[in-house]
Write a protein that binds this ligand. Sequence first.
Ligand SMILES: Cc1cc2nc3c(=O)[nH]c(=O)nc-3n(C[C@H](O)[C@H](O)[C@H](O)COP(=O)(O)OP(=O)(O)OC[C@H]3O[C@@H](n4cnc5c(N)ncnc54)[C@H](O)[C@@H]3O)c2cc1C
Length: 416
Amino acid sequence: MISFELTDEQKEIRDWVHSFAEKEIRPVAHQYDESEEFPWPIVKKAAEVGLYGTEFLEQTFGDGTGIMPALVAEELTWGCAGIALAIQGTGLPVAAIFSQGTPDQISTWIPACFGTPEKPALGAFAVTEPDAGSDVSSMKTRAIRKNGDWVINGQKIFITNGGIADVHVVVAAVEPELGTRGQASFVVLPGNKGLRMGKKEKKMGIRASHTAEVLLEDCTIPLENVLGGVEKLEARLKRAREGNHQRSSVALKTFELSRPIVGAQALGIARAAFEFALQYAKERKQFGRTLIENEAIAFMLADMATEIEATRALIWRALWEGRSGGEFKKAEGSMAKLKAGEVAVKVTEQAIQICGGYGYIRDFPVEKWHRDAKIYTLFEGTSEIQRLVISRALAAGCAGGPSRLRLPFSPARATP
Ligand SMILES: Cc1cc2nc3c(=O)[nH]c(=O)nc-3n(C[C@H](O)[C@H](O)[C@H](O)COP(=O)(O)OP(=O)(O)OC[C@H]3O[C@@H](n4cnc5c(N)ncnc54)[C@H](O)[C@@H]3O)c2cc1C
């Protein structure tokens, strides 16, 4: 049976996270957007109240319905996307460890990503390189086995929490000739002198989130720091050499898990902008009547509300589908992320329009929401790549059918 009615526990957590966003995040959102500093005091507060850490992770992912992480993401991002990402960015390396790690690795390294309430830590997931963005198969970072260790060399760019994280999960090629099938994820722990932060990026939006280059120079880590373990990696490489591919690359597996939640983050921005624009349209008077009394404005608000509801339904559906941690059959994660990113951009743009000139001024929050929203059509797979993944799933579903779909690209390269 399907129900959209939230349980009492879900409502309680959603309301609790919302009040944290309202009291602790919203009031400082503008300040961090201007200063572009990492919001450590807010991350610490989140850890202190129990909103950041393995316990909260278990509580949100363990409720069986799958949608709790989306409720949390939507509320935090409603407060501020940059600060929410400072709190939730660690979720990406955690998803990598969870989806690829052995039970021992999961129980050791996931807590290490969060640290303790007294001293919270951060995690980073490093895939992107200067010449390997959407096309992860052209990754140049190499991991070579040497004297019983892994030695990693390479350059990663645009990494959330890059260089300031305690745990870095780095994707590197072990056998580059096998493309993404020859790649593996490696865990680099604090104090490793072979990993350092390069350039810190100055961004259009989500400025409270830290984005930087990560440089790996003879970064030496123990053999057991490969996610899944050496034996499993060797078996996987052997299968790939023999042409027996598993369906997903290591990076793609991680992104499949995280995409609907990233979609929920985009939804939080859209909702914030919609609520603000609705209120403004009810209060602002021109020509002797409120803005909402003009059909042009009222219909715009109607479209915004409809798109927000449709997006939430798609996100919840995707999470419900993937609740057992499995892969999506119809690229539901990509659908949710694609829709949410594009809706966030559109709705925040419409909110600026409804606020008129004020919407363009930085004293109003709407221009920031628009800048923040744009990242959601770019990272964790651009909108074009989501369409590629969705169409690949469609093509696979049509195989053997009467009207077989042929695509003008190689599905094997449809990476994050
Ligand atoms: C703020 C921020 C945070 C990030 N955080 C992380 C992180 O934590 N970890 C990490 O590994 N990466 C991170 N990234 C990197 C992000 O995932 C990449 O920027 C993204 O995957 C796109 O890669 P690219 O920038 O190289 O663009 P490109 O791949 O060069 O794409 C450029 C354009 O071409 C289009 N395009 C490319 N290939 C195709 C195709 N086959 N068909 C149709 N269109 C195509 C794209 O959609 C895009 O419009 C982050 C980026 C930013 C900006």
